[in-house]
Design a protein around this ligand. Structure first.
Ligand code: RNT
Ligand code: ZN
Length: 414
């Protein structure tokens, strides 16, 4: 242990903060890394192009094109990220030769992923893919007026939930399955009620199939608008908040899915008074739901603080959700994951007792002062120590390794 770390540790101790306890708690908080940053949400169906209002911009060379390349890139990225990690998969990453359509996917289609995760003792999360498919006709899935189309997507979601429960069972680690649909209207609809009634009915049908919560938890993800669904998105916040509360589901809060001045950090405490668990899609919208790589921003710190201050470590499932093809995709993963981890560590190093006492005494001057003092505490040596204990590069050396991998591996792909 370096002198710098020891000095920082004592400085934190003076503020009543136990750095070792913070490390221990951080070790147990998993962050689910989204596989889709690695290949621009392409997947392995090699069918159509990305739709559903999602857009990946940039054409940085070296995109993973095969399951082997993607797993290789993930393996490499994970050597540069401290802390406990999970992997978040999407149904389009099925890779078996069975060529099952999405409504007939089985665990066999994900056997390689499952074995890979098992070897690494890593938990998996899952997502039905309700876009980039001919059956998402008129951009509609679970809300489509045609019952045959709704049935296809109901079957798809349940195929995914069966696979997810197998993930959970085989890995001994609960899988969170997140349902997001792009359904909505570009222009002002006449009837906003009927599509929402169909969504409710589709979800009710889906959830007639039950799984042990030990193996699979279901989440529903709301959105304010999407490209091509600007005027009305059926799976809105009110819709899914109410649905989740009434039906004991997880609500997924995506940081990019609200009005630009609205923040998900302020929603966590309210949701968790009425729901057992929630899922986060930590993302960064720039002017719109642009899914930029997350930076160590005020909002990221606020999200982490809400989890830590109220001991929501196990009730908030943290997943990242962004896709940027304008920079090295592995760097994008590493930057986002390290930022999430930094935000959690900073939250764990807050002078919690001082802040709580100040607030209890209505001493808002001290509360303000401690919050500001905390920002310039000697964080870097503590972060570096944590990275070293996790066996990952502590400083910008990770970037040199990414550049090396780019030369050795990515550059050979195009
Ligand atoms: C889309 C949602 C959704 C997707 C992923 C790929 O706006 O955020 O979570 O980003 O399923
Ligand atoms: Zn999302």
């Amino acid at each position: 242990m370096g002198k710098m770390f020891e000095a920082a540790k004592s400085a934190y101790a003076e503020m009543g903060v136990d750095v070792e306890a913070a490390f221990k708690r951080l070790d147990a908080i998993a962050v689910s890394m989204h596989c889709w940053q690695g290949d621009d949400v392409s997947g392995f169906e090699s069918a159509g192009s990305l739709d559903g209002g999602l857009a990946v911009t940039g054409n940085y060379p070296g995109r993973a094109r095969t399951p082997e390349e993607l797993r290789g890139d993930i393996d490499f990225a994970m050597t540069l990220i401290p802390g406990k990690k999970r992997l978040n998969l999407h149904a389009i990453y099925a890779e078996s030769s069975l060529k099952n359509d999405r409504d007939a996917l089985t665990t066999a289609d994900f056997r390689n992923w499952l074995d890979w995760a098992k070897e690494r003792k890593m938990g998996l999360d899952f997502n039905p893919t309700m876009f980039s498919h001919p059956m998402a006709k008129n951009g509609l899935t679970l809300t489509h007026p045609d019952p045959a189309i709704r049935k296809f997507w109901i079957d798809h979601v349940n195929a995914c939930r069966r696979i997810a429960a197998d993930f959970g069972r085989e890995l001994g680690d609960t899988c969170v399955t997140n349902i997001w649909i792009p359904d909505g209207f570009k222009d002002t609809p006449y009837d906003r009620l009927a599509p929402r009634a169909r969504l409710k009915e589709s979800l009710d049908t889906i959830f007639e199939l039950k799984f042990d919560k030990k193996y699979n938890l279901d989440a529903v993800e709301s959105k304010l608008f999407g490209i091509g669904a600007e005027s009305c998105t059926f799976g809105s916040h009110e819709f899914y908040l109410a649905y989740a509360v009434k039906n004991d589901k997880l609500l997924c809060l995506d940081a990019g899915h609200f009005h630009p001045t609205e923040v998900i950090s302020d929603k966590i405490s309210s949701c968790l008074l009425f729901l057992d668990d929630i899922l986060l899609h930590v993302s960064r919208g720039v002017r719109w739901d642009s899914d930029h790589v997350i930076t160590l921003s005020d909002e990221l710190n606020a999200i982490a603080a809400e989890i830590i201050r109220h001991d929501f470590d196990r009730r908030v499932h943290i997943g990242l959700d962004y896709f940027d093809a304008s920079i090295n995709r592995i760097a994008a993963w590493v930057l986002g994951m390290r930022n999430m981890s930094k935000a959690l560590l900073q939250a764990l190093l807050e002078p919690a007792d001082l802040l709580r006492q100040a607030e209890e005494k209505f001493d808002f001057t001290s509360r303000f002062a401690w919050l500001e003092e905390a920002k310039t505490m000697n964080f870097a040596p503590v972060w570096e120590e944590y990275c070293e204990r996790c066996g990952v590069p502590s400083g910008p050396q990770w970037l040199m390794q990414v550049k090396q991998y780019e030369r050795d591996v990515l550059a050979r792909r195009d």
